[in-house]
Ligand binder design. Structure first.
Ligand code: ADP
Length: 319
């Protein structure tokens, strides 16, 4: 393999730039030529492809977002779209591809692999919802953004004796809510992986109030439902002054944390090595601090789970 490509696809995540940098630099280190494909699979279809040099990825390790930009492409989900993408790869002589993104992007990567263009996936999403890796690129940064916001909300919650419902991202996964809730001492954490009894939530709120707590923080994962609706139910069930904050896309931006930069560097470089060993259709990940790779589609069939020990701990510590 002499020429490889790299693209970012689906939702962006802080640390994607550090991953691009690692792919480009590791490939050049191995004597390969590297091409950056802009705007994900849509850019591939359109031939929005540029040659990357060592300097192309200078001064990006600390930046959020993705310098290759990202897009969602309905066209690429079709056979014709994929054929157009392959024509572009052929035109540029690109023999293998590193795809940085989430599960949707991996499904696209599988299609290209099946058509003779080996791809390796790098898990980049703030949601931490990809099986086969303990952490995805961007999760730690989003988590830190959330706890910074909750710390601020806590100040005003205490001053006003309010109950705050904070809705965080995570799609169908509760990792961001669980980790942020534990890190921020939330009274209640609602995750999609576990059904909470609404009455228990109310009892816990009232107990806290009766023992003189000046505020309560409830973290709700978006996968559970609307924070506003949940806040409304609390208002109706108690006489506590309740406010709702939806953190939204602030969670997707910002300079990546040291953990995300290190993770992205390790995974990006590993993806190049996996491609060079001739493996195709793999996803790189990290498990127990060891770099691993799995079949990119089989791994998606595994169920993502949150750490229930951590969930119980959060409840024990917030009595
Ligand atoms: P993420 O990668 O963050 O999960 P999406 O689910 O939006 O984001 O997927 C990103 C892109 O990957 C899609 O816009 C599409 O171009 C491509 N993709 C998703 N699913 C498939 C599929 N089954 N076959 C081919 N391409 C796909």
């Amino acid at each position: 393999m002499k020429k490889i490509g790299v693209l970012t696809s689906g939702g962006d995540a802080p640390g994607m730039n550090a991953a691009i940098r690692a792919v480009v630099r590791k490939a050049i280190y191995h004597g390969l030529e590297v091409y950056g494909i802009k705007y994900g699979y849509q850019g591939l279809i359109e031939g929005n492809i540029v040659k990357m040099e060592l300097g192309s990825v200078g001064d990006i390790i600390q930046r959020g977002g993705t310098m290759l930009y990202t897009a969602r492409s309905e066209e690429f989900k079709t056979e014709e779209g994929q054929q157009k993408g392959i024509e572009q790869l052929r035109k540029f002589g690109i023999e293998g591809l590193v795809v940085i993104g989430g599960d949707g992007s991996f499904r696209g990567a599988k299609k290209l692999t099946e058509k003779g263009y080996p791809c390796v996936g790098v898990p980049g999403t703030i949601d931490n919802d990809i099986p086969g890796t303990d952490f995805t690129i961007g999760f730690d940064t989003a988590l830190n953004t959330i706890i910074e916001a909750i710390d601020k909300i806590r100040d005003t919650a205490t001053s006003h004796e309010r109950t705050y419902v904070i809705e965080v991202m995570g799609r169908d996964a509760g990792d961001l809510a669980l980790w942020a809730g534990l890190a921020d001492g939330a009274e209640t954490i609602l995750v999609p992986e576990r059904q909470e009894d609404f009455q228990d939530v109310i009892e816990r709120l009232k107990r806290g109030h009766d023992r003189g707590k000046r505020h309560s923080i409830i973290v709700v994962a978006e996968g559970v439902g609307s924070g506003f609706e949940f806040g409304q139910r609390i208002k109706e069930a108690t006489d506590l002054e309740t406010r709702v904050t939806v953190l939204g896309h602030t969670q997707r931006g910002g300079s990546p944390t040291a953990s995300d930069r290190v993770l992205a560097s390790r995974l990006g470089a590993e993806a190049v090595d996996v491609l060079l060993t001739g493996k195709a259709g793999r996803m790189v990940g990290i498990q127990k601090n060891v770099l691993v790779n799995h079949d990119i589609i089989e791994v998606l069939n595994e169920e993502h789970s949150v750490d229930m020990d951590m969930y119980r701990l959060s409840q024990e510590l917030s009595i």
